[in-house]
Design a binder for this molecule. Sequence first.
Ligand code: AMP
Length: 268
Amino acid sequence: MRSIQAVQELTEKIAFYKRQGLAIGLVPTMGYLHSGHLSLVEACKKSCDVCIVSIYVNPSQFNQVSDFDSYPKDVERDFRLLKSIGCDLVWVPEVKDVESIPLNLIYDVENLDVDLEGKYRKGHFKGVLEVVYRLFKAVKPDKAYFGEKDFQQFKIIELMVKKNALPIEVIPSPTMREQDGLAMSSRNVRLSDEQRALAPQLYKTMSSVVKNAKLENVPRLIEQAREALNHKGFSVEYLDIYSFDSQNSRLFAAVKLGEVRLIDNISL
Ligand code: AMP
């Protein structure tokens, strides 16, 4: 597995792959990898000739400096994991490398960025769109893989690709969970033992809302679930049903346990 930092070196390697007609897959990450990330790498390896993983903790998508500063990092461990599952190339740019890539982005994502995360993390999706656009420009992947864990992000990137006429297939991958149901996240290591023991209650409560949604008054069910979570010690930012298209609705949640913010969503 090759590791690259500079855009110039990456560009030469991409040109080399393209000359051979190889299909390139990209998995963008912020590192501190877990099995959720690795499931995207596996999906990428299955349908692409070359699997590239980027590791970049993008400062512009953090709306709180403290969240950025405390974001966990262990690049050596990430390299070992990626090598062990057969990733071909890991790109670990610095801020200056990413910012050297020209940004001619059409931002319009038809208000998909207004609700849910958009409401609670001002500027977050602008930062995400800018960095993903630049990663796409540099890597020129045929396919790019995103987790349904960040479902709103996936839908926004899918639309950004369409609006900017980028020749990239954006592929969603299901949320990987711990055995107790907690969605895997790099931020989970910041939970105290007590918070970690409580955290699976989020998925449990959400699953129960989804299970009963066909039988009962849904707004009331959601209100009760919100109250139950707050009572248990979560601080609920939102717990809402939302549809990104006419066919599929999902239940979305963002909660805080102390300083740690958790998000999750499940299909209805
Ligand atoms: P992050 O490093 O958190 O920016 O995540 C990089 C990619 O991995 C994003 O597309 C996420 O949606 C995806 N991802 C994060 N957690 C999970 C998970 N538990 N299951 C599946 N994909 C995930």
